[in-house]
Design a protein around this ligand. Structure first.
Ligand SMILES: [Fe+2]
Length: 164
């Protein structure tokens, strides 16, 4: 994973749009059909995750604004047609959490890839803020949050795997 280098803005924008889409889907988690049937003890977890995704989207927006060549409207346009994450009605709660963990893992992978592989030269050249390190700090923070989410979900996902 670390041998690749993200050297152009288009590549960065494409990764950002994928992860932005995931955060947007999670942010709207409380509106999902499946959510209504979720046990109360799980609902708290989902609320926390949905709330964090809202925060993550704000962090991403701020970052996108600070990189010359990235365009939030264009990025949003590119994910418009994407089919939303369908969490099925009749899934049992552990399966819902397991599905969410799968998407959180994907978000973690993308954040890690951007953090580890984005060319410093690219960011130094394109950063509109004071310190280009802020770009990398933002992703470190996001990586930390996603890891915490996966820790929270782990007991339930593990439980499901044992049932199977
Ligand atoms: Fe997130």
């Amino acid at each position: 994973m670390h041998d690749i280098v993200i050297e152009d803005i288009e590549e960065l924008e494409s990764l950002l749009s994928r992860v932005y889409w995931i955060e947007e889907e999670f942010e709207q988690m409380s509106l999902w059909d499946a959510f209504a049937s979720v046990d109360e003890k799980y609902r708290d977890i989902l609320f926390k995750l949905a709330h964090d995704s809202e925060k993550h989207k704000i962090m991403l927006k701020k970052l996108i604004d600070n990189v010359e060549g990235l365009d939030l409207d264009r990025l949003k346009e590119s994910i418009k047609g994407r089919q939303s994450l369908k969490i099925k009605r009749r899934l049992i709660d552990e399966e819902i959490l397991s599905d969410i963990a799968r998407h959180d893992t994907l978000a973690l992978d993308i954040y890690t890839k951007i953090h580890d592989c984005t060319s410093r030269e690219l960011i130094e050249g394109a950063w509109k803020g004071d310190d280009p390190d802020d770009f990398y700090h933002t992703f470190s923070e996001l990586i930390g949050h996603e890891k915490r989410h996966l820790e929270i979900l782990k007991p339930y996902v593990g439980k499901l795997q044992r049932i199977r």
